[in-house]
Every structure is written in structure tokens, then in C-alpha cells.
Design a protein around this ligand. Structure first.
Ligand code: C5P
Length: 227
């Protein structure tokens, strides 16, 4: 599909794929696609414009027209995310947007609308793409595919730590519930459900540090001759 090397990192919410993707991109000098941000941007647009969460046609049209810019920094730095020129990087990470994102992401027409936009991120010298269906649907020909998992309790604890670090209070049982709700929707949808590609390497990070996960991913990347 593309001659640009793509490293696909998929997994459930809070599995750490975003930070691992950035570490890998920094190590290799690759571009990054945070595909979840696109679904979150569409969700924010829907919330702001009052598009109903079940209006597939209107959501798909809005997805095609999303006025979004990813301002890339140095490799491995998170991109600045602009929607109609406004920095919405923090807003799209909030829980209401995340829940709405997993609802709009279940619609086939929405996913189709975002496909070409995602594939356009594959540019030389290479791309690290993270999401739910990078290895299965968006970049099925990716030479290296990783599926990063962790128990829901551990993922909730990581999220709690992150929120506390930002000075935001957090309720652990509620975080577990929210993650479960989002995972269930992502796993059980008929189109592009969250599941490892047949040729993905599954890494369970429940008992691993970020550095240990990074080293395992880099070993896989090297096995494929990409580093
Ligand atoms: O990864 P993140 O939590 O930012 O993604 C937000 C939501 O977007 C996910 O819960 C999922 O429903 C959806 N998503 C998706 N496919 C992707 C990336 C994200 O369906 N490749």
C-alpha cells in the first residue's frame, strides 16, 4: 500500500501506546499519527455544533471537512492540535470528548471519512501510528505491528496518576468503569473492532515500566530491519 515504513501500535485506552509511539518516533526520527485525536476532534466538533451522536451521515460529513492542523515539532514531541486554528490539545483529552469519540467511531461512514486523512500521514522517513485499527485496517501492510495491552485496573491507576499530576482529582472506581465502557464499545463494534492484527506482537504492559515496553517494541522494530 505504501513504501514508507509504518509501525502500527494498537491497544485499548490507557495502555500507554501514545507515549510509546512518541518514544519510538524520537528514536527513529519518524512522524507520528495519533489517530484517536481525529476521533476526538470529530467528537468535539459534534458536541460544539450540536450534531447528534446517532446522526451517522452528518458525522461522516463533518469528519471529511474537519478543519484540523497537526503542527509537528521535533520527532517524538507531541504535535499541537488545532481545530479551526484553535489549540484544543487539552480539551480533546477530557472524558466527555473521549466517550463521545468512542460512540462516533463505531459508525462505518465516519471511519471511511477519516481513512484517507490517516493514510496521508505516512511520509518519509517513516510513521509511527497509534490507535485501535492501525494494523488491521488503516495500515494492514505495516511491517511492524504491536498490540499493547494492560489490565483495566492498571490502566485506570495510570490515568489516575496522570490526572493527579495535572492537579485534577480522580476517582479510581469511576475511572475503571469509564475505561470498561469505552473498551466494550471499541471491542464489540462490527467495524474495525479493537483486536490485534493476526501478525501483531502482543505486549502486556501491566507489570512493565514504560522503558521496558519501549525496549521490547524497539527489539521488534529491529527484527523488521527498521532500526
Ligand atoms: O486513543 P484515544 O483514547 O484517544 O481514542 C479515542 C477513541 O477513538 C477510542 O475510544 C476509539 O473509540 C476511537 N478510535 C478508533 N480508532 C482509532 C483510534 C481511536 O476507533 N484508530
Amino acid at each position: 500500500m505504501t513504501s514508507v515504513p509504518v509501525i502500527a501500535i494498537d491497544g485499548p485506552s490507557g495502555s500507554g501506546k501514545g507515549s510509546i509511539a512518541l518514544m519510538v518516533a524520537r528514536a527513529l526520527g519518524y512522524h507520528v499519527l495519533d489517530s484517536g485525536a481525529l476521533y476526538r476532534l470529530l467528537a468535539l466538533t459534534a458536541l460544539e455544533k450540536g450534531i447528534a451522536a446517532d446522526d451517522e451521515a452528518a458525522l461522516a460529513a463533518a469528519a471529511l471537512d474537519l478543519p484540523v492542523t497537526f503542527e509537528e515539532g521535533a520527532p517524538g514531541e507531541p504535535a499541537r492540535v488545532l481545530l479551526a486554528g484553535q489549540d484544543v490539545g487539552d480539551r480533546i483529552r477530557e472524558e466527555d470528548v473521549g466517550q463521545m469519540a468512542s460512540r462516533v467511531a463505531a459508525f462505518p461512514a465516519v471511519r471511511e471519512s477519516l481513512l484517507a486523512r490517516q493514510r496521508a500521514f505516512a511520509r518519509a522517513p517513516g510513521l509511527v501510528a497509534d490507535g485501535r485499527d492501525m494494523g488491521t485496517v488503516v495500515f494492514p501492510g505495516a511491517p511492524a505491528k504491536i498490540f499493547l495491552d494492560a489490565s483495566v485496573e492498571e490502566r485506570a491507576r495510570r490515568r489516575e496518576k496522570q490526572l493527579l499530576g495535572q492537579g485534577v482529582s480522580a476517582n479510581l472506581p469511576r475511572l475503571v468503569e469509564e475505561l470498561r465502557a469505552r473498551d466494550d464499545r471499541d471491542r464489540n463494534r462490527p467495524v474495525a473492532p479493537l483486536k490485534p492484527a493476526a501478525d501483531a506482537v502482543v505486549i502486556d504492559s501491566t507489570h512493565l515500566s514504560r522503558e521496558e515496553v519501549f525496549q521490547q517494541v524497539m527489539a521488534i522494530v529491529r527484527q523488521h530491519g527498521l532500526a
